[in-house]
Every structure is written in structure tokens, then in C-alpha cells.
Ligand binder design. Structure first.
Ligand SMILES: NC(=O)C1=CN([C@@H]2O[C@H](COP(=O)(O)OP(=O)(O)OC[C@H]3O[C@@H](n4cnc5c(N)ncnc54)[C@H](O)[C@@H]3O)[C@@H](O)[C@H]2O)C=CC1
Ligand SMILES: N[C@@H](CC=O)C(=O)O
Ligand code: NA
Length: 917
């Protein structure tokens, strides 16, 4: 809270006025006004939240006493002893915009809010009723375009205000207002007629006409407050607020002259509640003018400064200032405090906070501005004040918000002739100034070989032309190599006062961008570090915003998921995601959204996330014909989610052939499908090279041993410097199940059917029986270990009878398989007779750089003979695990374990993207 400045004794007349007021002030929390008794108790008034009641009753009284006995902060000249400008902490300034003043009911609510503020004195700045300013400008436009309908428009404006007044007021006040309205409208009619005849309106004519919206709304509100029992005056700010034009359609307040006039005004009407017109002002020559864009906020700030208000409250229709545009970031939060500089930066970067001009008048006196929602007065709002002290030391306290500006172009002026040549940047920017373009951001590396800057896209052609003219000779001589324009850019700015003193902020920012695969074109940060600005492609902007916002504010990792192949594994995965999603969100801050599911015939798309409790039904009923290209486009075109992953749950080679393109697009890939990693070596190497060089991830743990940690174990060994000598094991869940259960009681074909039924087999069980599936796993592990092997390098012993290899379908194969049961029974009995069991094993021989896949016989006490169910067992013999191999064993096939392995990869990805571990 500001303390009252004490400078010189109060002039006698002012002291007399103050003394006269003291008894009233002392009883102002329960005083008689006319016949009505209105009582405000600071302690009891909960309706207005904290920020409206920053002074205690005792403080208010002490302040008032100090004021009465001493002086004001601004010295009062002797010749003004008869003027009275009460100031000090008892003034509270409120500003209500057009939306707040939109209807008679709203004007009444405004009156209630004003009356509910227990401050000593209140100055209320109002805008015109909503849309009225536009209607007024339109009137002028019509009149000067000689469009007769201006008379009808004027009538509409008249009707609107008359109806509102009739709704709101009655008796003498209504009559007084209507008579003023009549008289104003007939003056306006005459004036517009003159404009019509002249076919032209000067700026001051136009400003005079337009300002009537505020004149009427201020009067209506002041009568409404009066009607509720509180004495209230209204102020035409053209009598007090003096401004001078400052170019670029802006004005500068003349504080000294305004203060003099304000004192005079108060000497005539020393009121406790004053409703003043926003937006309008006067020049020193008494010509009506306006404060231009966002004028009413500016009025409130200037007047707040003139009366040294304890607080300026800007009432609007949002709960406060958001950490990012809530239309783009649904998780944006309301900030409780902001420093002036932060608010300033944010408004510059397009956050709809306050116009930077609005902050200057209050900033010099450290007067807090509070943004509050008049439609939700229980929300405390956002306080903009001197460096807030209640920061909690978190990252969200050092980065306050993120803002963006779209439709920019980047201009890059480059050449060796720029380095060390004084005046180059001056020449560049003077050329830019000559075409009137607005430079939004500048960046120059210290090598001085290039300067790049951002301008609005619609100004870039003129800028580029001007630079080409200005640097014609330098370009011709090769001193400058190019003047390059990059269209379609946006700026993303992180704003926060404490970024300067917090190490690592930019690292986190850029890490979040990199992980969302967003390319940064240019960077700027001043040493004040109120903001870090990056230029990126406009199409990436919302995604970038969400990525950085979630990183700083929510630590939430949002991942958009596309599932390809909702068969056994894909379907089980969807169900697991459904069951676990809320736990992940709550406990791990991971927000997984499945935004697409595609099978081979139908696909289901959603922009925000499919309801997984009924995905099957939705896919059937609301799905559209499947189209993989469109499916991928749906994912990559979604600019809302920062991170995207495609999960390929098919066994399809053609789906796998797209991984490279997807990774290139920045889409992560996760799969249990072995086709990509066991396909042609050159393709595999290309894929891995791309993935290693980018921030996109490719995980495939379930391709070997399903959910068992095989790939991750192998990687762990390799990455920590262990040397793989041999990997040997039973890699097929199907074949393991078959030989574990083919014990003489069931036929071979029966056991195969059971494995298929249990979900262990490939979509076509011949892939298992042929040994191809095992060979693929051997290849995957061999390549992971650094061997450059092709599938064709692995000799495979197929268990598929030759006669059935050419069956046209898996079903046909299964039907014909029983005719070979006898052969199998024979093989089994032979092994049994020798005290052995049949096992189908795969080997990666890293020493001899080869792989093998064989049906072998093992003694019954061998570890490979001890398995049950669909168990896999994999033994890693390495430099470290030489005497005793490292063994991983457990079910290596089946829907739940495999989907669980894929799910694990999704969480691994989330953790790589920044989710907590
Ligand atoms: N079943 C298991 O225990 C394990 C399976 N896997 C792998 O999981 C993958 C899936 O296996 P399952 O779910 O058992 O097979 P599945 O046949 O039940 O499911 C595959 C699904 O993919 C769909 N599909 C096929 N081609 C498609 C395309 N081009 N576009 C869109 N959808 C397409 C099919 O319509 C089917 O819905 C396979 O690659 C398999 O090798 C990996 C480890 C263990
Ligand atoms: N069909 C495969 C499934 C796992 O990859 C198997 O049986 O192991
Ligand atoms: Na695995």
C-alpha cells in the first residue's frame, strides 16, 4: 500500500474543507444520507473479494486524519487556495467498459458494485454502452458520405438510450436525463447535417459526436447510483482531462494542466462519488478530442494518477489476466499478480491485458491496477502492481505468461560486407521507417553477418522493395548477399520479470519447443529479460504455445495418439488407455488423448480426444472410410496438441514403410509391428539415422518378447559399454506354448489352435510356425547389437508343412493342419524317448556376426525345457555377463502383456517429452 507523501502544510482553505468533511468520513461506514441509511462494513463485505478492500477502517481513518492535518502529495499553489482536489489513499478508481454498461440491468449492477466499495471516495470511469461508440463513428461516416440513413441511425441511438434510461431511472432524474438526451440529439442532428452538407468531418467534429456515448452512459450511471441513495456527481472529462497529440494517432496527457482543472472541478462539486466519462478529453485549446484506442482504460489510469488513487480497478468480462490466450490453451490459468513491466510486455505481445499506455500513468505512482470480472465478482482478479512479493519461487512465477503475434514476416539482410561497418543497421531501419513499417523484433548475431527483423506480413513487400533500393549497390557488389523474406511467421514470447535472475529458463523453453519438434527461426532477448521472443512458423504457433505453457505452468505432458490397427493388441491397448488415463493425468500429469483410430476399413477422428469408453461403437457408427494418408494428416494438422504419436498395431509392411515420413513430420512412432526393423537393412538404417538425428522418438519394445524388457535391457547393456557376445533364447510365445503343451495328450493342430485362440500367434499363424517371426526377432536384436544382417541371412527351419505353405488364407491353413498331426506326434515321441524336449530357438552370434533359428532338442533339465505357457526366455552373454548370462524370462506373447509393453513405450515417450518420472 502506498504511503501518503507529506510535503507542506495544507493550505488553510483546503484544511477547512477537509476538516468540514472529517466528521462525515468518521461515520462513513454507517451514515445517514437523505432518508436512507446505508452501511458498509469492510469486515463483512465479502461480495467484492480481496482486492476491493485493501484499506482497513483504521487505516482509512488514519490516512484521512493525516490528510486533514498535513498536505497532499502535489504542492498546491497559493493562487489556487480556493480549489480542492482531495487525494490520498481514500480514492478508489473504477473503470467499466462498454460490455459492463451494455444494458440497464448491467448499469444497475455497476451501480451496486460502486456502492459496495467501502472506499472513502470513488471515481468511476465509464465507456459508452456497448456498440454505441461504433454506432457513433458510423453516424459520422454516413453523414460525410452523404448517406441519408444517418438520421435513422441517430434515431436508433436515441431510442436505445431512452429505453435504457426509462428502464433504469424514474421521476425527476429520468426527466432531467431525457431532456438532456433530447437536447444533445437535436444538436447532433444539426451537426451531422452540417457534416452531410460539407461531405467532410474534421477530427474534432468527429470526436465531439462520438464522445456522446460516454456522456450519456456516465449520466445514466450517476443517476442510478443516486437513485440507490448515495449522492453522486457526474463529470464531463472534457472539462478536466487535457491532452496533446503525440503523433501516430496517440495523445499525451498534460498532467499539470489536467490537475489544475480537476481541482477547479472539485472546488465546484466536492463529491464523494463521481462518475466520469472515459475516452473523451480536450486539448489545451478546449477542442474536444479522444484518448484513441482503449481510451477509457487510459482515462482511468490518468485520473487514478491525478487523484493518487489507492487502486484502479478495471472491470471487464474475464476473471483476470490469463497465462496464455485461453482460446488457444484451454489450461491457461488466471494470474494473481503481475508487475507493471510484465503487463506491459504482455500487452505488447497481443495479450488482451491493457494498452501499454494505460500502465504508464499509474506506474509512476505505484498505483495498483486490478483487472476484475464484473460478472463474477467472487473472482479476485489480477493485480498489476510494483514487483509483486507473493511469488512462490516456482518456474511459473518466473515465467508469467506466453503470448503470440501472428501474420508476421521475417526479413533477413545478410552479407559479409555488414560486419564492422558502422551505420548498416541505421541504414536498414531508416529504409524500414521510410515505408512506415512497424518493426516487431530485431535480432543480430555478434558475427554481424546478418540482421533479421520481424514486421507485419502486409508491410513486408514495401520493406523488401525499400531495402533492395537502399542496398542496390551493396547487393550488386556482393557486399550484401541477400535481402530475404520469410513469410508466414509468428512470434511466441515468454514474459516474466524474474526470468533474468532464474537460470535455466531459456533452456526449458527451448527444450519444450524442441521436444514438440518446433523449428525456431529467430530468437531475441534483451538484457532486461522481461521477455524471450522466438520466431517460428505460424502453423506451429499454437502447438508451440501449448508445449511451453504446459511445461511451465502445468508440468503436464499432453500427447495426441493415433492408433493404427485396433485388432487384438490395438484394441487391448485402447482399453488399457481408457482404464489408466485419469490416473496418469492425476498422478503423473500426463494427458493422453487418442485423437484417431484407424482399422483397414474404417477410421474415427476427433480433434480433442475420442471417448474411449465407447471407441468400438463410435468407430462402427461414426467412423468414415479408412484412409491412412488422411489419418496421418489429421494428426499432423492438429495444431492444438504439441506432441503426437502414431502407434502401429498392425502387422502390415506397408504401414511400417511410412515410419520414416512420420518421424520426419515430427510424429513419434511406437509399434509392436516387427516389419520395419526386420525389413530391408538400408531402410532400417535410414530410419534409425533419422530418428537419432532428430528429437522424434521411435520405440518398439514389444517387437521382441512382447512386454518383456528385452530391447531396453539390450540398450542398457550397450549404452553402458558392455559388449554383446551372444543372445540366445526362445523368442516365440506361440512356439513356446505349442512345445510346452504338446505332451502327447493333445494333437499338434489342437495346440496350435489353442495358441491362436489365446492371442499368441501372428495374424497368420504360419508366420510363427515358419520360424519367420523368430527370425525377425533375431534380426531386430542383431541390428540393435550393431550387426548388419538381412532377414535372408538367417537360415530358418520352417515347421509349416510344405504342402500348406501355399494356402491362400490362415483359416485354410488351420483347417488343413490336422492332416500333419501324425508326423508331429512321431517327432515328439522320438525326442521323448531320448529324455528330451523340442524347443524352437533363436541365436544372435555377435562374435561371428551371424544369426540362427533352429528347432532343437534339449534335455529335460535344461532351463529352456523348464518353461510354461507362452514363456520366452532370453539369455544375454556379454563381457560383463560371461560366466552366467543375464536372463529375462516370462510370457512373451498375449494381448494384455503385449499391449502393456506398447503402453510402456507411450509412457517412456511422455517421460522423454518432459513428464515427471
Ligand atoms: N499377439 C501378440 O502376442 C503379439 C503381437 N505383436 C504384434 O502386434 C501386431 C498386432 O497383432 P494382433 O493385434 O495380434 O493382430 P490383429 O490381426 O488382431 O490386429 C491387426 C489389426 O490391424 C488392422 N490392419 C491391418 N492392416 C491395416 C492397415 N493397413 N491399416 C489399418 N489397419 C490395418 C487389422 O484390420 C486388424 O484390426 C502385430 O504386428 C504383431 O506381430 C507383437 C508382440 C506380441
Ligand atoms: N506371435 C508372436 C507374438 C509376439 O511377438 C509370438 O508368438 O511370439
Ligand atoms: Na519386449
Amino acid at each position: 500500500m502506498r504511503s501518503l507523501a507529506v510535503a507542506s502544510p495544507l493550505p488553510p482553505a483546503a484544511a477547512a474543507v477537509a476538516a468540514r468533511r472529517r466528521p462525515r468520513a468518521a461515520s462513513s461506514f454507517g451514515r445517514e444520507v437523505g432518508s436512507q441509511c446505508w452501511k458498509y462494513d469492510l469486515g463483512q463485505d465479502r461480495s467484492l473479494g480481496g482486492s476491493l478492500r485493501p484499506v482497513s477502517r483504521k487505516f482509512a481513518q488514519t490516512t484521512f486524519d493525516k490528510f486533514a492535518q498535513t498536505s497532499s502529495a502535489i504542492s498546491v499553489e497559493q493562487d489556487e487556495v480556493n480549489t480542492y482536489l482531495p487525494k490520498g489513499d481514500m480514492w478508489s478508481v473504477h473503470k467499466f467498459g462498454g460490455t459492463c454498461m451494455g444494458t440497464p440491468q448491467r448499469i444497475q449492477s455497476v451501480a451496486d458494485i460502486v456502492l459496495g466499495d467501502s472506499s472513502e471516495r470513488k471515481l468511476v470511469i465509464v465507456s459508452a454502452m456497448s456498440k454505441v461508440t461504433d454506432m457513433m463513428y458510423n453516424l459520422v461516416h454516413k453523414a460525410q458520405s452523404r448517406d441519408d440513413s444517418y438520421t435513422i441511425s441517430l434515431e436508433e441511438i436515441f431510442e436505445k438510450h431512452m429505453a435504457a434510461a426509462k428502464d433504469l431511472l424514474d421521476g425527476e432524474d429520468l426527466a432531467r436525463f431525457l431532456s438532456q438526451l433530447h437536447s444533445d440529439v437535436s444538436n447532433l442532428r444539426a451537426m451531422l447535417r452540417a457534416i452531410y452538407i460539407a461531405g467532410h468531418a474534421t477530427e474534432s467534429f468527429s470526436d465531439f459526436v462520438v464522445g456522446h456515448g460516454e456522456l450519456w452512459s456516465a449520466q445514466m450511471l450517476s443517476y442510478a447510483i443516486k437513485k440507490s441513495g448515495a449522492p453522486c456527481s457526474w463529470m464531463d472529462t472534457r472539462e478536466v482531462l487535457v491532452v496533446k497529440p503525440s503523433g501516430s494517432n496517440q495523445v499525451d496527457p498534460d498532467y499539470l494542466e489536467s490537475e489544475k482543472r480537476l481541482k477547479k472541478w472539485f472546488s465546484r462539486q466536492p463529491a464523494d462519488i463521481v462518475v466520469a466519462t472515459g475516452f473523451i478529453a480536450t486539448t489545451a485549446e478546449n477542442i474536444p478530442t479522444t484518448l484513441k484506442r482503449d481510451g477509457s482504460d487510459f482515462s482511468a489510469a490518468i485520473i487514478g494518477s491525478l487523484v493518487r488513487a489507492r487502486q484502479v480497478t478495471i472491470w471487464t468480462d474475464v476473471d483476470g489476466v490469463f497465462s496464455a490466450d485461453p482460446r488457444k490453451v484451454s489450461e491457461a490459468v488466471i494470474l494473481s499478480t503481475l508487475s507493471y513491466q510484465e503487463a506491459w510486455e504482455m500487452s505488447y505481445f497481443g495479450a488482451n491485458v491493457l494498452h501499454p499506455r494505460t500502465i504508464i500513468p499509474v506506474m509512476k505512482d505505484n498505483i495498483p491496477i486490478v483487472i476484475r470480472n464484473m460478472f463474477n465478482i467472487s473472482a479476485p482478479g489480477t493485480m498489476i502492481c510494483r514487483q509483486p512479493t507473493n511469488d512462490n519461487g516456482d518456474l511459473d512465477a518466473c515465467v508469467k505468461s506466453f503470448a503470440t503475434i501472428d501474420n508476421l514476416a521475417l526479413v533477413n539482410v545478410e552479407g559479409t560486407g555488414m560486419a564492422g561497418v558502422p551505420g548498416t543497421s541505421s541504414a536498414i531501419f531508416s529504409a524500414v521507417k521510410d515505408v512506415g513499417a512497424n518493426v516487431i523484433m530485431i535480432s543480430q548475431a555478434s558475427s554481424e553477418h546478418s540482421i533479421c527483423f520481424a514486421v507485419p506480413e502486409q508491410e513486408v513487400a514495401a520493406v523488401s522493395a525499400a531495402l533492395h533500393v537502399r542496398f542496390r549497390e551493396a547487393l550488386a557488389a556482393g557486399r550484401l548477399s541477400k535481402v530475404e523474406v520469410i513469410n508466414g511467421c509468428s512470434i511466441l514470447a515468454a514474459v516474466g520479470l524474474r526470468m533474468a535472475s532464474t537460470p535455466g529458463v531459456s533452456a526449458i523453453l527451448f527444450d519444450a519447443l524442441a521436444k514438440a519438434n518446433i523449428n525456431v527461426r529467430a530468437i531475441a532477448q534483451g538484457c532486461s529479460e522481461y521477455n524471450i521472443t522466438v520466431v517460428l512458423k505460424q502453423e506451429d504457433c499454437v502447438r508451440a504455445l501449448r508445449a511451453v505453457h504446459s511445461r511451465f505452468f502445468l508440468s503436464k505432458t499432453t500427447l495426441a495418439v493415433g492408433i493404427i490397427g485396433p485388432g487384438l493388441i490395438g484394441g487391448t491397448l485402447l482399453n488399457q488407455l481408457k482404464d489408466q488415463a485419469s490416473v496418469l493425468k492425476e498422478n503423473m500429469n500426463i494427458d493422453l488423448r487418442v485423437i484417431g483410430i484407424t482399422g483397414s476399413s474404417r477410421m474415427l477422428l476427433s480433434d480433442t480426444g475420442i471417448d474411449l469408453t465407447q471407441w468400438k461403437e463410435l468407430l462402427r457408427k461414426e467412423g468414415e472410410p479408412a484412409d491412412l494418408a488422411n489419418f496421418v494428416r489429421h494428426l499432423s494438422d492438429n495444431h492444438v496438441f504439441p506432441n503426437k504419436v502414431l502407434v502401429d498395431c498392425t502387422a502390415d509392411t506397408s504401414v511400417a514403410s511410412h515410419y520414416y515420413d512420420w518421424l520426419k513430420k515430427g510424429i513419434h512412432v511406437i509399434t509392436p509391428n516387427k516389419k520395419a526393423n526386420s525389413g530391408p537393412l538400408d531402410r532400417y538404417l535410414k530410419l534409425r539415422t533419422l530418428q537419432r538425428a532428430s528429437y522424434t522418438h521411435y520405440f518398439y519394445e514389444a517387437t521382441v518378447g512382447a512386454g518383456l524388457p528385452i530391447i531396453s535391457t539390450l540398450r542398457g547393456l550397450l549404452e553402458t559399454g558392455d559388449k554383446i557376445l551372444r543372445i540366445e533364447g526362445i523368442f516365440s510365445g506361440t512356439l513356446s506354448y505349442i512345445f510346452n503343451n504338446f505332451e502327447g495328450t493333445k494333437t499338434f493342430s489342437n495346440v496350435v489352435a489353442e495358441a491362436k485362440e489365446a492371442g499368441y500367434t501372428e495374424p497368420d499363424p504360419r508366420d510363427d510356425l515358419s520360424g519367420t517371426d523368430v527370425a525377425r526377432k533375431v534380426i531386430i536384436l542383431a541390428r540393435e547389437s550393431g550387426l548388419r544382417l538381412e532377414l535372408s541371412n538367417i537360415p530358418v527351419k520352417s515347421l509349416v508343412p510344405e504342402a500348406l505353405a501355399s494356402c491362400s488364407s490362415a483359416d485354410e491353413f488351420m483347417q488343413k493342419l490336422p492332416s500333419f498331426d501324425e508326423d508331429w506326434a512321431k517327432q515328439r515321441s522320438e525326442a521323448e524317448a531320448a529324455g528330451e524336449v523340442l524347443r524352437y530357438v533363436g541365436v544372435v552370434d555377435a562374435v561371428n556376426k551371424e544369426g540362427q533359428v533352429e528347432l532343437r532338442r534339449y534335455k529335460k533339465d535344461h532351463p529352456f525345457a523348464q518353461l510354461s505357457g507362452s514363456d520366452n526366455i532370453i539369455a544375454f552373454t556379454t563381457s560383463r555377463y560371461k560366466e552366467q548370462p543375464l536372463i529375462v524370462r516370462g510370457p512373451g506373447a498375449g494381448a494384455e502383456v503385449t499391449a502393456g509393453g506398447v503402453f510402456c513405450d507411450i509412457l517412456r515417450l511422455a517421460s522423454y517429452l518432459g513428464a515427471p518420472s
